[in-house]
Design a protein around this ligand. Sequence first.
Ligand code: ATP
Length: 298
Amino acid sequence: MGLMLDGVTKTFGENMAVKRLSLEIPEGEIFGLLGANGAGKTTTFRIIIGLLDATAGEVSWNGSRVESKNSDEIGYLPEERGLYPKLKVKEQIIYLGRLRGMKKEHILTELDMWLDRFHATQYLNTKVEELSKGNQQKIQFISAVLHKPKLLILDEPFSGLDPVNVELLKKAVLDLKNDGTSIVFSSHRMEHVEELCEHLCILQHGAPIVQGELKEIKRSFGRKNITIFADFNLEYLKDIPGVLSFKKMTEGCKLQISEEGVSQTVFDAVKDRGFIRKFELEEPSLHDIFVEKAGSSL
Ligand code: ATP
């Protein structure tokens, strides 16, 4: 059954932060909730975990409302840091684990395993305030997953992490999914979303403007990109009907075309002009789709 949102709406005074949002996230899936700053992602997450009440609509997790009796099935990584700065990592995690009803020995075994995975065993007795931002983020992640939640909500999990740690975290997220955890996450980094999610939703001013399976969203966007590396000037390609944009690059250019068929015309226009090192027709990136769909409101 998983997580269901049905017509969820949230108003803050005159401001409608979330507008009639309906989502279905099956168990064991990673779902991306995207949107420009202020689009309503954090508000949606707070409603899902029961921190805020929806003005209208319903949220259910495996058929029940989220409340104290099933809240231990949920893990939440907030966007803003929620750790106690003066506590050492070990004290911090023991405290949070105990709140989740875990035994101390079990907490310490899990903590050791996670610190090891995140190459952070040396911080066991370091105060949170003495950790770098990225290391605090890792500890925050550990506190969200320590109790093996069935539903995991991650608000900007990759923020502040270097590329090596991004990879470690991605791997952890994929392993949790493979163990059956349902994961909803937000990110402004479209490449992370492309890599991790099967389904996603883009919010604009609180309302869903794009929703569905990533593959299908890309296919139905229609437009494609062509990358050409060549030893001659390619500017003339701008004027071909169906070429929507032209971006000059050091080694050639990148074009956006209105539909796949235009690539044949572009190919015919370059093939006898000189030496071509690359001609590649690509799916649109999620970045392209996001900028086009959500960009109009920025
Ligand atoms: P970001 O990407 O910047 O984190 P977001 O998509 O998470 O943004 P939200 O934090 O959910 O966006 O905010 C959505 C809207 O709701 C914004 O207009 C924000 O100002 C408003 N909002 C959020 N929380 C409150 C609150 N407690 N009181 C009043 N308005 C709020």
